[in-house]
Structure formats: C-alpha cells, structure tokens
Design a protein. Structure first.
Lengths: 225, 115
C-alpha cells in the first residue's frame, strides 16, 4: 500500500477545515493537518478525526507549515505528498490526477494549473486573474521556469522531491521558492489542469491580491542578497 | 562621466558582495566608518580636496553621496542578519512542533484497512 500524506496547512480555518478533511478520510491516504498556531477552535473541531496533527507554537506562515508537513511525512516514510488547502478551494477528486504522473514515474513534481482549461480560467475572480498573469512573468524571471500558473497551492511531490526541497520562505513567497528549488535540484515537473473553487468564504479569507507586492519584495531581496 | 561615479560604485559593490556573504564584517565596517568620520572631523579640508579630486563640487556633497551608499549597504547587511535569525527560529519551532506531533484516533489504521 503506497504511503501518501495529504498535507493541509491551516490557520484559523475552523469553519471549513472539518468539511475539507471528511472526504479525504474515505481514501487510503493519510491526512496531516499542520496547524499554524490557530487562535480559534480549529483543534476541537477536528480532534475526533483519524488524522495526524502538528501545531506550530507560534505562527510562521504557510510556507513554513508546508515544510514542517514535509519533514513529518519524511519521518513517517511517505512516498508521495499532496499540498492541499484547508479552505475548501481544492477538489479532492482531482488528487488521483495529480498523483498519476508521479506513480507512473514520469516526474517528480506535479503542479496544478488554473490556466489550462476555459472553465478553470473563468472561475478566477477578474482582478486576481490579472495579478496572476503578471505573477507568471515575474515568477519566470526569478525562477527561470515559465509556467501557466505561478502560484497554485495544489501540488503533488514524490519522495525525491520533498526530500530535496527545503523551504526557507515562511510566508507566501514559498510558492516561488518551490519552483526555484525544482530548477536547482533539477527535478522534473508537469502542470495539470485543476479547478479551484472560489467561494465567498475563501475569497474573503484568502490572501489579498496586493500581497503579491510583498512577495515580490521578498523574492528580490533574497535572490540578490 | 565623473570619476566619482566609478570610484564609488565598483569598489563598494565588491565590498557589498564580500560583506554580505560573511556575517563577521559588520562590526569592522562600523569601526571603519567611525575612523573615517573622526578623520574628516579633524581635517575638514580633507573632504574638499577629495571631492574636487573625484569630480564632485563640495566636500559636503561627497559626504552626502557616501552616506546614501553606506546606509543602503548597512540596511542590506542588517536584513541578512535578521533573515538568518528568522531561519534559525523557524528550525527551532519546527523541531518543537514535530516532537509534539500527534496521531489522533489511529490514522495509520487507514492503511491496514485497505490491506
């Protein structure tokens, strides 16, 4: 039986997290929640579920949570990991599609993309779409990889990949750092279409499009200095 | 093209790259600044002569240009130091969190279920 961990970084997602986890439990994959020091009642809402649970004693950021998750999965002998959002934006039915290229041994990293199918592109809020288009080019400049979707949190990695990728960007710039690591470690990757579900809840909770400027600053300073 | 532009840009750039790769030069850098400051206070004509030599009108202007560069370099150095602290802090927090990781309600049971 393949040992697969679904890593869900979570910060104050008390309302949505349980509903995100429930369908995942029907699979034979292990669910790992990395609680980035939530201050709400996230834990009590999920304490009865058969999941792995790690809590950061202070809030570090989604990038740090994903790295902690990867380290835990590594310790527990995982062969593949999935990055999965806590807020219900990701469709659990697409997980097998993400895993397929890895299992067939065609590549090391599978990246979800919102820009490969009409229906996925149209689901993205307009302003966000615009920012993301720019982000793709900025990202290409820094990472050397031209992708169709620069900042998609739905990913699958094989052991070789998550063993060699060590994230130091704690906050949202981790998405670009992952790509830089892919390039540096010469990992093979492929993009597949995924449908991101933008609900009112996730749009309101998700990162502001203006945060992209903070990410840009992080990237510039860390890349140059 | 004034000599001042080359003079300030290239060596300082090299210094920046050199200093930024190492953590230990910051103190030396500040010490050097202090010495230069003392020299300039003791011999005010020094700035005028140096400025004219480099193609800058007044000693004060030269100092001004130098200060901008110095503050820029110092900011980057401090940022790098903070970054190292941040990375170390994250490693410690992560170790702590991993040690206290919990398996709630026998999640591994999932695997044996399928078998």
């Amino acid at each position: 039986m393949t040992n697969i961990f679904i890593i869900i970084p979570s910060f104050n997602e008390s309302k949505a997290l349980r509903n995100t986890i429930l369908p995942l439990l029907k699979t034979s994959m292990q669910v790992l929640v990395v609680d980035d020091c939530s201050t709400d009642d996230t834990f009590t809402n999920i304490a009865d579920l058969p999941i792995h649970y790690i809590k950061h004693p202070i809030n570090l950021g989604q990038g740090a949570a994903l790295q902690t998750g990867a380290d835990y999965a590594l310790q527990n002998g995982a062969e593949y990991i999935i990055h999965f959002d806590a807020d219900g934006q990701h469709n659990y039915k697409e997980i097998p599609l993400l895993l397929a290229p890895l299992i067939e041994n065609n590549c090391d990293v599978v990246l979800g993309s919102r820009f490969l199918r009409e229906e996925d592109i149209n689901a993205i809020p307009v302003f966000r779409r615009f920012i993301l288009k720019i982000a793709i080019w900025v990202n290409a400049l820094f990472t050397g990889l031209l992708l169709t979707d620069a900042h998609n949190g739905f990913r699958a990695l094989n052991r070789k990949a998550f063993k060699s990728i060590k994230l130091t960007e704690n906050r949202m710039a981790h998405a670009s750092e992952i790509l830089m690591c892919i390039k540096k470690e010469k990992l093979s990757y492929v993009e597949i279409p995924v449908h991101i579900i933008y609900t009112d809840y996730s749009k309101q909770k998700g990162q502001s499009s203006y945060n992209s400027f903070n990410i840009l600053l992080d990237l510039i300073i860390n890349k140059l200095f | 093209m004034n000599p001042i532009k080359f003079i300030l840009a290239i060596p300082l750039l090299l210094i920046v790259i050199g200093f930024l790769k190492s953590k230990t030069y910051f103190g030396f850098f500040l010490f050097l600044l202090a010495i230069i400051g003392l020299l300039l206070i003791s011999f005010p004509d020094l700035t005028t002569k140096t400025a004219n030599f480099l193609g800058v009108g007044r000693g004060v202007d030269l100092l001004f240009y130098a200060c901008i560069l110095i503050f820029f370099v110092a900011s980057i150095m401090l940022y790098k130091k903070i970054r190292i602290i941040e990375i170390t802090q994250t490693k410690i927090i992560r170790n702590l969190a991993l040690q206290n990781g919990q398996k709630l309600n026998n999640p591994d049971g999932n695997i044996s279920k399928e078998n």
